[in-house]
Design a protein around this ligand. Sequence first.
Ligand SMILES: [Zn+2]
Length: 378
Amino acid sequence: MNAIELTKTLIGYDTVSPKSNVEVMDFLTDTLESVGCEVERVEYNDPAGTLKVNLIGRKGRNTSERGLALLGHIDTVPAIGWSENPFEARIVGDKMYGRGSCDMKGSVACMIEVASRYDASDLHAPLYVVITADEEVGYFGARAVAEKSEMFKQHGFPQYGVVGEPTELKAVYAHKGAVRFSVTAHGRAAHSSTGEGDNANLKLIPFLSEMREVHQELTTDTQYYNSEFTPPFTDWNITISDGECTANITAPRSVCTINYRPMPGDDPQVWIDRGRDAAEKYGLAFDLFINAGPVRTPPYADIIQAALEITGDTKPHTVAYSTDAAVFSKHMETVIIGPGSILQAHTVDEWMALDQFEKGSSIFSQFVDRFCVSSNLR
Ligand SMILES: [Zn+2]
């Protein structure tokens, strides 16, 4: 099993989050089985009603050990404005281009390559490869795995988890969470000259004014700062859309969407309630669609210490973006570490440096050696 070849194949599947992932997961079911994993498919319908599949591959004998999970996602963000076909991998020089090369089909391929290297009989604690859906849009896949997996019900959750998001193979012990909600004002479209319209944008303005105050508080009041992060404050990023309503029509609908990243120690509910209460006060519809808490594994935890020894780094890092660890860290001791750079994730003409494949596989296999192979078990 070769991670570079496998990544090329995976890029060929368009797995932008809202689309069905059944085809790629059928392929990956066969792939995981071909490298000796027992495979569970965990299915659910996403908020739009589309069937989504998550996979859990398990390798190892039945023991009382709970083992290690390598955790990745197969969905990607959309690919708009690319110079070439984003769903056809291209190697140019020392880079592989393609949507998901870096975030994070390349990393998933490294995990499967690593799983292929071990005989089940060598593993005295089980090795899992978990591949989720919908990471990019709210961790729905990870949630389904955590709630519904029969394998985890039977064997217990793995003791340790490695979330292989692109960190340039640096060990990350904490990240911000993700909260997103929208508030919608409804009006009535009419030619603006007639006086017959009802402008939804006007209804949104007092709400926006309150949200600006929240933004001010969260970004300037140092009691909400957390010096473990750069920047030490959250965003409270406000976007507005009236569907590009033309200036001589009264906007029939206006939507404000706010993105907030709670940090360890924050109480996200306080700020969600600020948004909800303000929406209710002005008669606007409130819709919370992402609510994932922050992650913080203590730096002294086994998995973080192991990551530091493996990478030769002196201290673990934090990042400002969120991952499936928002869900999985509630069930296992988790580190975030993987090949590729977040600077290339989500970009037009996304790429991954070719040397990251070998380095990624090497780091993942050192976790397996340490936590799944008997002579190394603590
Ligand atoms: Zn990702």
